[in-house]
Design a protein around this ligand. Structure first.
Ligand SMILES: *Cc1c(COP(=O)(O)O)cnc(C)c1O
Length: 221
């Protein structure tokens, strides 16, 4: 069994029934995705449009692709025909474009709203207050070709597990608040990466996005 297969199996075995693994294959070649596919993994995450469309073309069509990176509005059209979940919606403008492109290909695209709780100033996303206001104003109801099915978030990039847990709990509490009131359709809370997915799962994550632990450290060309 390859190292990739063993590591995927160890992550999957550690997840509760309520959480799924998104194998984050960015910066890794299609052959690495295929190795993971051959041991049963069907759900993959990518963060660059061109890289994703290249892999989509050459890999088996029963792969479920999630987009997890910053998405430029002018590139939505390239992934709209096949993407199964866009996890990283960070503006209303982007959601509007996804709706328009989904309509063109006669699809309804599932989306997560990216929410910003980490300390780093560079992270994209909405704040909790912003989203609460937008849901109160029913700002997402006008889009017929997108389904807002939950939230995606990242904790701060730190070794401080207490702080990571606090940030995940903040996300999880807000997710539950919305699910119990203005967004009963919520069914996905995407949190957790290689170094913190075990904490995210304890705090209620339904999708963990694990890359380097499975595929090895990425080499940025
Ligand atoms: C790259 C990436 C991941 C995976 O990170 P690892 O530390 O390699 O597991 C998860 N989520 C997002 C949004 C990413 O860009």
């Amino acid at each position: 069994m390859s190292g990739i297969a063993e590591r995927i199996q160890s992550v999957v075995a550690s997840l509760p029934e309520t959480a799924r693994l998104v194998a984050v294959s960015k910066f890794n070649p299609a052959e690495a995705v295929l190795q993971a596919y051959n041991c049963g993994q069907r759900l993959f995450g990518e963060s660059k449009v061109q890289e994703l469309t290249g892999k989509y073309e050459v890999l088996p069509k029963d792969i479920e692709w999630h987009f997890i990176g910053h998405l430029q509005t002018n590139k939505v059209k390239y992934i709209a025909p096949f993407i199964s979940l866009i996890q990283s919606v960070d503006s209303l403008k982007l959601l509007k474009e996804i709706d328009a492109q989904a309509k063109k290909v006669n699809r309804v695209i599932d989306c997560l709203l990216e929410i910003h709780v980490a300390q780093e100033a560079t992270k994209y996303g909405f704040s909790i207050e912003e989203l609460r206001e937008l849901f109160r104003a029913r700002a997402f109801d006008v889009f017929e070709n997108v389904n807002v099915v939950g939230l995606m978030g990242m904790a701060s990039n730190t070794d401080d597990e207490v702080r990571i847990r606090e940030e995940f709990r903040l996300l999880s509490d807000f997710y539950q608040e919305m699910k119990n009131s203005l967004a009963p359709q919520f069914r996905e809370l995407s949190m957790g990466m290689s170094h913190d997915y075990h904490i995210a799962v304890e705090e209620g994550s339904t999708l963990v996005r694990v890359g380097s632990f499975i595929f090895g450290e990425r080499v940025y060309a």
